[in-house]
Design a protein around this ligand. Structure first.
Ligand SMILES: [Zn+2]
Ligand SMILES: [Zn+2]
Length: 239
């Protein structure tokens, strides 16, 4: 279909249908932010992150004296910092799983917008480019989309940054990290990325969730050896 007609149709349906909260189903609420998919009480009840490690965003107790978690003090990751608006808890975990395995792209839009609004309030110096964690070609074919790319789109638009979708290739279809221990995850992901272009300046990796950080660490290390000066990680939720 003609892109222009599609666009007009989208805008019409958006302005005629009352907003419905994606979480509680309430209809016709007045949204307090740009997104029309979440009512205010549901927005406020999301697991917004509190006290966290300044390096890897691991949740810390509110009374923690050190700003770095134990692991980052002894074995710091290759990336400089991780920013995450949310803990990986209900209902965020359901939204992210729905996006990943059921292709609910409306949830990608909502989560990407929430991520963007939060990042806009904390990022002082934006990086020079965004690289969403790539999926292996086989998995991309199965799923039809890459959730990290969908989350990164509104972020890149807001910060007016290039979204680099071809700079890195995933060389192996690794088994899902979620089934593995930390040690197994590191081994599983080792050498899984091929950087296809020379890198420079500051780069941000975007992903949906950070669990142990081994995927982000491996990709950051690959980008640094390809010439990037600094790598940060922006995720939607931190486990
Ligand atoms: Zn609601
Ligand atoms: Zn840490």
């Amino acid at each position: 279909m003609n892109k222009w007609i599609k666009n007009v149709q989208f805008r019409l349906s958006n302005s005629l249908l009352p907003p419905v909260c994606i979480l509680c189903g309430v209809v016709g609420f007045v949204s307090s932010h740009r997104s029309r998919d979440l009512c205010l009480p549901c927005l406020q009840s999301l697991p917004w992150i509190g006290s966290q490690c300044v390096r890897c965003a691991l949740p810390l107790s509110a009374t923690a004296v050190e700003a770095l978690c134990g692991r980052c003090q002894t074995q710091p990751p290759a990336f400089e910092a991780c920013l995450s608006p949310f803990y990986y808890q209900a209902p965020l975990d359901h939204l992210l799983l729905g996006l990943k395995f059921n292709g609910r792209l409306a949830q990608a839009r909502l989560l990407g917008e929430l991520m963007t609004q939060w990042l806009a309030s904390v990022v002082e110096v934006p990086p020079e480019q965004i690289i969403p964690v790539p999926l292996h070609a086989t998995r991309l074919r199965e799923r039809g989309f890459n959730q990290a790319v969908e989350l990164a789109r509104p972020v890149a638009r807001y910060f007016d940054l290039p979204l680099n979708l071809h700079g890195v290739r995933r060389t192996r279809a690794t088994p899902p990290q979620s089934d593995l221990s930390r040690k197994e995850r590191l081994k599983n992901i080792c050498g899984a990325f091929d950087v296809m272009q020379p890198m420079s300046g500051s780069v941000v990796i975007v992903d949906d969730v950070m669990t142990t950080g081994s995927t982000a660490h491996e990709l950051a290390a690959a980008l640094l050896s390809a010439g990037a000066e600094q790598v940060e990680v922006w995720v939607c939720a931190r486990a």
